[in-house]
Ligand binder design. Structure first.
Ligand code: ZN
Ligand code: ZN
Length: 504
């Protein structure tokens, strides 16, 4: 009897070790916490998704249900196979993108920033904010119209190859909806004899309906945009939405690319950007099972990635706004904008009341985080962020162009970060141990908007001054019927990037 008990104890210890191994090695891969803290769509923490979770569940089930003599060897075999398959997968992934270090991220930033500044010399209307809006608009239309007749309206915005191949691969039973676009990073800018090219990595998720079955995917795609050399960018109207590049009417084209309003045949890339090609860098099935798991914070101790020659742009900002000195403006900006937005936005996140900060957020940021808010609501859980304490704010980048000015700041903060059910049951994080983290926040504002930061109210429409309580999903104030989220009236938050992912 005693002997049997000892043997049983050995099995129990081995089983427990295996479960602990699973907890440490498998589960952290799908860990998420804090908006963007892993909720971003870029590889990083959000990877793994359902796969790891299914395996962990299966192994625990085997250990609990089968006799240990059978379950333990079986579990070991599965773990080895799983580990081998993961290793092969990550080996493949590295051929697409290697893990960036601080040094090469910083030098990538130097290159891309220098190229954007050079581009602005030949194209003074180029605005990164508007170019990202253009990408958002075409990405959304490309997928939402994939198998629809409206797809032809994209003709002037796609290369001939892409247009033809997209039509061929879109079987009519297939549709894509609930498209959510996360961060977009400009990866490279280059020129050949005919074209100027920009590649952008786009993080997104969408639901694919195929044969009546819905699957939600999280993706990273690399899109290459081409435009005839020597062109000057279109203004905000034509960059925010797809319009005829000749007459500016809403995009309505024949399948040969003739505008229904001005009758002009628009050749792709001749007057406006076109998508040359699309590469899918990663695609994973989305599941809700990771909500509430926490990953170790990475990158908080990395040095701040500061834009090369930032002082040149600070001086430009100072002279554009006739400021007496930069330091007092900076204090004013951090106190009245950065700190207040940070606290207000995270308070709304914590309470799942994302609509309360609608007027403070650009559309893409609002939509991508709203996706997570909706998932929390559906699962009846809250990600609580309490006792937020901002410790330091670093200046990372200043950008000024014809249409927009933007500030990117790195905010160091700590807070209690935990996930609980609506009934208060803790399912992740800690209610007593503060978590230290840092994030890069980018604020944008339309150039020429001169509103004193100290007079800005978090609770009112920055245009008409009415309460900011009727902004709807699109951030159109119901009192003055004006869209607020383009930054036309005040600073709005356009982007949140985790410290380990920031490349400028
Ligand atoms: Zn036209
Ligand atoms: Zn208003």
């Amino acid at each position: 009897m005693k002997h049997f008990n000892n043997k049983n104890l050995v099995y129990k210890i081995v089983s427990l070790s295996i479960i602990l191994c699973l907890v440490f090695f498998v589960i952290p891969e799908m860990a998420w916490a804090r908006p963007g803290g892993g909720h971003s769509y870029s590889g990083g923490n959000s990877g793994g998704g359902g796969g790891g979770d299914d395996i962990a569940g299966l192994l625990i089930y085997l250990l609990l249900s089968l006799p240990p003599e059978i379950s333990i060897p079986l579990v070991i075999i599965i773990i080895v196979l799983y580990w081998l398959s993961k290793r092969r997968k990550s080996g493949n992934a590295q051929t697409i993108s290697s893990v960036p270090t601080y040094q090469n991220k910083s030098s990538e930033l130097h290159q891309i920033e220098a190229k954007i500044e050079r581009l602005k010399i030949s194209d003074p209307n180029f605005s990164r904010v508007l170019f990202l809006d253009f990408i958002t608009s075409i990405y959304y239309k490309y997928y939402s119209n994939f198998s629809k007749k409206e797809f032809k309206d994209l003709k002037p915005f796609l290369s001939e190859n892409l247009f033809q191949s997209s039509i061929k691969v879109a079987p009519y039973s297939r549709s894509i909806n609930e498209i959510v676009i996360g961060n977009i990073n400009l990866e490279s800018i280059f020129e050949n004899n005919a074209y100027l090219s920009i590649t952008a990595d786009i993080n997104s998720n969408y639901t694919l309906n195929m044969g009546g079955r819905n699957t939600r995917f999280i993706l990273t795609e690399r899109w290459t945009f081409n435009r005839k050399k020597g062109l000057v960018s279109k203004g905000p109207e034509q960059m925010r939405d797809l319009k005829c590049p000749n007459c500016g009417a809403a995009s309505n084209f024949s399948d040969t690319g003739q505008c229904a309003y001005c009758d002009t045949f628009i050749e792709s890339g001749e007057m406006q950007w076109m998508v040359e090609q699309i590469n899918i860098l990663s695609q994973e099935t989305f599941t809700n099972q990771g909500l509430g798991y926490y990953a170790q914070e990475v990158g908080t101790d990395y040095p701040t990635i500061v834009q090369p020659a930032i002082n040149v742009y600070i001086n430009q900002f100072v002279s554009n706004h006739l400021l007496s000195d930069w330091n007092s403006y900076w204090t004013n900006f951090t106190d009245n904008i950065a700190v207040r937005y940070f606290n207000e936005i995270y308070k709304s996140w914590s309470n799942l009341q994302w609509g309360k900060v609608r007027h403070l957020l650009a559309d893409r940021l609002y939509d991508s985080y709203n996706f997570w808010i909706e998932n929390y609501k559906k699962n009846e859980i809250y990600n609580r962020l309490e006792k937020i304490n901002i410790q330091r704010i670093d200046m990372a980048a200043v950008e000024v162009d014809q249409y927009y000015e933007s500030f990117t700041v790195r905010i160091f903060a700590s807070c209690l970060d935990y996930t609980e059910t609506t009934s208060g049951k803790l399912i992740g994080g800690s209610k007593s141990q503060p978590r230290l983290f840092s994030e890069y926040w980018t604020f944008i504002r339309r150039t020429g908007v001169e509103k004193k930061e100290s007079e800005f109210s978090l609770n009112n429409c920055p245009n008409c001054g009415a309460p900011a309580d009727k902004m709807g999903q699109a951030a159109v104030c119901e009192y003055c019927s004006t869209k607020i989220s383009n930054g036309d009236f005040s600073w709005i938050l356009a982007r949140i990037v985790q410290d380990e992912e920031y490349t400028g």
